[in-house]
Design a protein around this ligand. Structure first.
Ligand code: ACO
Length: 448
């Protein structure tokens, strides 16, 4: 199989959201802390009728319908998620309902979990399957689904929720450059979920930022080495048209791109101009550890990289800024933003993507973008995802309602024997929703 990659995409996020500006006022923090400090505009959240299973049912049903894919044509289904609803039964098995109806139970794959990296692991599994000798000619399907919620405090505004479904196969408009992957994996306690009685993570915010940037450096180094071996010349930022990052909040994405720029400076890349060289030279002697702690370096690098960031990164930031951290779906929502903004001019371009999951696992990899044939053309992907339409039709709820919902969900987490409000007034037709969890913890869903 040639040019294996993403043929089609669909994104779903809850229609219920809270404005970050309103949340600043509600939380009593200084004005601008979430909007400028974190770089976030709005945050989606699930009400009591939605969860990671309902969102993924919605995304999968919509993808199959809008691209007219017969459920029998799916041969592998992989889910990435870090939102634990059941310690044994995979989310994938819930999604099997859709396929059983059409008589297709011959579908490999289960869930992958490691913080925000599970979706990338699922994607690699599907791509590797299509490229392998166990491939049976059918499509792979990858689903990233998460609801990011935090305990009260500084991490709470970095929540979000979404599900993304991606159809995998050969001759894709979004083709993997499978030889170009740089990974970095190590043992850290930056963000983890050891308390099985709570949906909230234990998080060391500062450490998680440093771990993220260290992983980025390391992945970039490996990626550059592989590129140089393959192409016979060094890689620099100029060799990819766009850079897409896992986006816990936009400020970290700004810092990350600046960090890549600083790497190119240290590697003596001709891409870094004279003025930038001068501004960054005071930091060239810092040890690696010192460089993560230097606020001056962070500011200087962001400043000199700004004009390149505006061109190579800004078009990828729309959905993550509007929806928040979607954990496993976050990177692919950033990529969906790029398709939304640039689908008419992406063909022939390379896009680099950085996936990060705390704990930690990270990979930098790349796509070659091609025009694609209907229904798998870039313009059709943009039409189906309808990002503007979905963002515009959302309902902004007051912070009090957001907090109240989280309280209710804390109470219900891991619980049984309840029916939900079944209030679907804010959901668009076709959306799946949770109706009941019975005395045996069995979950029931319906479609609006
Ligand atoms: N106006 C403008 N900027 C402001 C204001 C204001 N009024 N107040 C604060 N800021 C800026 C700060 O200067 C800082 O920016 P800088 O880093 O560029 O200097 C930024 O806002 C954040 O403020 P801090 O006080 O540094 O951090 P805070 O205590 O608010 O916590 C954090 C932020 C650590 C990101 C927290 O939200 C968190 O723990 N989130 C979850 C962890 C996370 O997402 N980690 C990322 C990788 S792991 C993952 O994906 C889950």
């Amino acid at each position: 199989a040639k040019n294996v990659g993403i043929l089609a995409m669909e994104i779903y996020f809850p229609p219920t959201c809270v404005q970050q500006e309103a949340l600043e006022a509600h939380d009593g923090v200084s004005k601008g802390k979430y909007t400028i400090g974190l770089g976030q505009d709005c945050m989606a959240f699930c009400t009591d009728v939605e969860d990671v299973i309902s969102m993924s049912l919605t995304a999968v049903a919509s993808l199959l319908e809008k691209y007219q894919i017969d459920p029998k044509q799916i041969g592998r289904l992989e889910v990435g998620s870090e939102t634990v609803i059941d310690k044994s039964k995979s989310i994938k098995t819930f999604l099997m309902q859709t396929f059983e109806e059409s008589g297709n139970t011959d579908i490999e794959g289960v869930d992958s979990t490691n913080a925000c990296y599970g979706g990338t692991a699922a994607l690699f599994n599907c791509v590797n399957w299509v490229e392998s000798c166990s491939w049976d000619g059918r499509y792979g399907l990858v689903v990233c689904t998460d609801s990011a919620v935090y305990a009260e405090g500084p991490a709470r505004p970095t929540g979000g929720a979404a599900a993304i479904a991606m159809l995998i196969g050969p001759d894709a408009p979004i083709a993997f450059e499978s030889k170009l992957r740089g990974s970095h994996m190590s043992h850290t306690y930056d963000f983890y979920k050891p308390n099985l009685a709570s949906e909230y993570p234990v998080v060391d915010g500062k450490l998680s930022q440093t771990c993220y940037l260290m992983a980025l450096d390391s992945c970039y180094k490996h990626f550059c080495e592989k590129y140089e071996k393959l192409e016979g010349r060094p890689f620099s930022i100029s060799d990819a048209e766009y850079f897409v990052f896992h986006s816990p909040y936009n400020k970290l994405v700004q810092k990350s791109f600046a960090r890549l720029y600083f790497n190119d400076f240290l590697r003596n890349s001709s891409f870094v101009d004279e003025i930038a060289r001068e501004k960054l030279s005071p930091f060239s002697a810092l040890s690696c550890d010192e460089s993560y702690q230097s606020r001056d370096l962070e500011k200087a690098a962001q400043q000199v990289a700004k004009h390149v960031y505006d061109v190579k990164v800004q078009p990828t930031t729309l959905i993550p800024k509007e929806v928040g951290n979607m954990y496993t779906a976050s990177l692919y929502a950033a990529f969906a933003s790029l398709i939304h903004n640039k689908h008419t001019s992406l063909s022939g371009k390379r896009v680099a993507l950085f996936s990060y999951g705390s704990g930690l696992t990270a990979t930098l990899f790349s796509f070659q973008i091609r025009e694609g044939r209907h229904p798998f053309s870039l313009s059709n992907l943009a039409t189906v995802m309808n990002v503007s339409g979905k963002l515009k039709s959302r309902h902004e709820l007051p912070p009090e309602k957001f907090v109240e919902t989280l309280k209710l969900m804390e109470h219900r987490y891991g619980g049984k024997d309840y029916v939900t409000s079944k209030d679907t007034s804010l959901l668009t037709p076709g959306t799946y929703y949770l109706t009941e969890v019975d005395s045996m913890y069995r979950r029931f869903y319906a479609k609006k």
